[in-house]
Design a protein around this ligand. Structure first.
Ligand SMILES: Nc1nc2c(ncn2[C@@H]2O[C@H](COP(=O)(O)OP(=O)(O)O)[C@@H](O)[C@H]2O)c(=O)[nH]1
Ligand SMILES: [Mg+2]
Length: 652
């Protein structure tokens, strides 16, 4: 990127007949014919760096209707000049979906802190038939944003609402949790994950009036939201003779009204009547030249959008997502959009993201464990196995905690549990009272090897230094070496006991020292009997040693076995506690989700009751069903958790 100051927006995804040149901060056209969308890693990096919850707000609508201008106004602190590239004359400038390079934090009305990312999108095609690109971009922002702003300009009639048919295509494009064709099943999915909706009408000069004028008798200003509900989205009566296109229009209106949990609308007046001022909108310092009613309207619009904001949730798991998950979702959604078939399996993409991210966190925690164990091994090996086991326990608990901390934002207790088990096994698998696998097993093996090398060197060195001199004719001469063989054997034994390290200490003593002692003692005895002509008693140190040494080894092994058992119990206990916390957290999150969604739908039902009675009733049913599903989910979660607890207790 050139610099943060210069580069205020980057494409999140763009058609693949362009190249994103980071250094220039522009898209460079390669070929004329437009290809499918690809993601831009620079933008994904920005999203990945967002630690907390995320609330993306997207602006869509026809080209050259002031989308980029208003998208920029949503950024905090309010930029002095337009952050997104603006269209001039007849040439729309936004290609694909763009985001601001500096997402900002915002506290929502309920106190939740989110990071807001503004998405400016390429204009939808102005013709009746929607291009596959329109469908793809519109689908992407429908599932990626938590507030969608539909920006239109001028008059508002049912015929103008081209976007309606795009909303209606979503149930064919998006394959959600329910693969059924039923509209209700789709609505149930959509309403849980879809953004809130804001219809923004620019240059609104018309005085809206209702066709049946009971409501505006006194020339009251008509609220655009009421007007849209009562007039634009009014459902026409249907009977046997109703033409297909009317039925289709009704379905489109229903889709718009039921998929988005909250619905709001407002108007903005003309910013200025001077073409020159209009043309310069978005340049530094030009805001003050716009009409105060327009500027006030923009302020109100920003405030109302703030009320619609909510943390982004991802299919198929309930719960809010963080920047890192969001970035992966963008990647998967863009890559998995079937351009030919015009479909997107959000369930599969979402599950894949979750699996991959959980695996990645597990891998990170495992790498940390290995690093800690390696640095311990580098400084401590060879050592007693018990010391390794103690260190292992400390490191495995740390890795499990780290994994838990980093997966707190994933609302899938059983998937987390599976990865945690995997992590535990990869660090050190304990079967019964034995370390049967994992990195710990490798460290134990390494320790054995190191212990053997170290003790062999030590033994050889001690024998060379203290005992070998007895085999020469003149006996020990070096200072500090006792003239008596038995005394020297005792001394070697003491030194070896003191300096020898690790699990092969006793084995090496037996193979290297005991045998050498016997050999040396024999040589000394033979030489003495030759020179003194009588029987010399055998050096004591030789055989009794092996027995003592062996019994020490057995004790050590027993202590180690007990330690492994205790360690296994402790780690399992720790895991049970973490798992309980995961489940509690998920239950809490699901409760919050259920409450939030229920309230949003209830508000919508109230809003629709007068104008769309049947639809309101259907939404009521959907809401009840979703609450029931929530109860089932909590039940299943509790059962799964109890089963896992019993299994874990039994295994001890
Ligand atoms: N009439 C009018 N023009 C606007 C408004 N907002 C922006 N413009 C101008 O319309 C042109 C296109 O704006 P832009 O934001 O790039 O539109 P986009 O193509 O929808 O993103 C620019 O010349 C703006 O100065 C508005 O509310 N009313
Ligand atoms: Mg634009």
């Amino acid at each position: 990127m050139t610099s943060d100051l210069e580069q205020k927006a980057v494409p999140l995804c763009y058609p693949d007949n362009f190249d994103w040149v980071t250094e220039l901060g522009t898209l460079v056209k390669k070929t004329e014919s437009r290809g499918k969308l690809v993601v831009c890693e620079d933008a994904l990096d920005i999203l990945r760096s967002i630690d907390g919850l995320i609330s993306p707000i997207a602006v869509t609508g026809l080209a050259r209707c002031g989308k980029s201008y208003i998208a920029s106004e949503l950024i905090e602190p309010r930029p002095d000049e337009c952050v997104f590239k603006m269209s001039n004359k007849m040439r729309p400038l936004t290609t694909g979906i763009w985001i601001n390079t500096v997402p900002f934090k915002k506290r929502l009305e309920n106190g939740t802190e989110v990071t807001v990312v503004v998405m400016d999108t390429e204009g939808l095609c102005a013709y009746d038939a929607h291009t596959p690109y329109d469908v793809q971009i519109f689908t992407l922002i429908s599932i990626l944003s938590s507030v969608m702003i539909y920006n239109s300009k001028g008059t508002l009639t049912a015929e103008d609402i081209k976007m309606l048919s795009l909303v209606d295509t979503l149930d064919q494009v998006i394959k959600g949790n329910n693969y059924s064709d039923s509209r209700n099943a789709q609505t149930k999915d959509f309403i849980q994950f879809f953004p809130n909706f804001m219809w923004l009408l620019r240059d609104a000069t018309l005085n809206f009036s209702f066709t049946e004028d009971e409501e505006d008798d006194e020339d009251d200003e008509v609220d655009i939201k009421d007007y849209i509900l009562k007039e634009v989205l009014k459902l026409e009566e249907e009977d046997d003779k109703t033409p297909d296109h009317t039925i289709q229009k009704n379905r489109q209106r229903e889709a718009l009204l039921s998929y988005f949990p909250e619905f709001d609308a407002m108007t903005l007046s003309m910013p200025s009547h001077k073409p020159k001022v209009l043309a310069q909108m978005g340049l530094p310092g030009t805001r003050k030249r716009l009409s105060s009613s327009f500027n006030d309207g923009v302020d109100e619009f920003i405030e109302r959008c703030g009320k619609l904001m909510k943390p982004k949730k991802a299919w198929p798991y309930v719960g809010n997502i963080h920047g890192k998950q969001f970035a992966e979702l963008v990647k998967q959604y863009v890559a998995n959009f079937d351009f030919e078939g015009q479909t997107l399996d959000v369930h599969a993409a979402g599950a894949k993201v979750l699996d991959e991210l959980l695996f990645r966190e597990q891998e990170e925690a495992y790498k940390d464990y290995c690093k800690n164990m390696d640095s311990f091994a580098a400084s401590e090996l060879p050592c007693e196995n018990r010391k390794i086991a103690t260190k292992h326990k400390e490191c495995v608990v740390e890795a499990l905690d780290k994994f838990t901390e980093r997966t707190e934002c994933f609302n899938a207790a059983d998937l987390i549990d599976r990865q945690r088990k995997h992590l535990q096994d990869r660090c050190g698998r304990v079967d019964e009272d034995k370390i049967s696998g994992g990195y710990l097993r490798a460290i134990i093996e390494k320790n054995k090897q190191k212990s053997k090398e170290y003790c062999t060197n030590l033994a050889r060195q001690l024998v060379e230094e203290h005992l070998r001199p007895f085999t020469s004719e003149s006996g020990p001469r070096k200072s500090g070496i006792s003239a008596d063989l038995n005394e020297s054997i005792e001394h070697v034994k003491k030194l070896y006991n003191h300096q020898g390290r690790g699990p092969r200490k006793d084995y090496v003593y037996k193979t290297e020292v005991t045998e050498k002692i016997a050999e040396i003692a024999e040589t000394v005895k033979r030489r003495k009997s030759r020179t003194e002509g009588r029987n010399v008693p055998e050096a004591d140190g030789a055989k009794s040693e092996a027995v003592n040494v062996e019994s020490g080894e057995i004790e050590e092994r027993e202590r180690f076995r007990k330690q492994i058992l205790e360690m296994k119990q402790n780690v399992e206990q720790h895991i049970r506690r973490l798992m309980r916390e995961d489940v509690e957290r998920q239950k809490q999150q699901s409760d919050d989700d259920n409450k939030e969604r229920s309230e949003a739908i209830a508000k919508k039902i109230q809003q629709l009751y007068k104008t769309h009675h049947e639809l309101a009733k259907q939404l009521q049913m959907i809401n009840t069903e979703l609450s029931r599903e929530h109860e089932t989910l909590i039940d299943e979660l509790t059962k799964k958790y109890q089963r896992r607890m019993t299994m874990s207790e039994k295994s001890q």
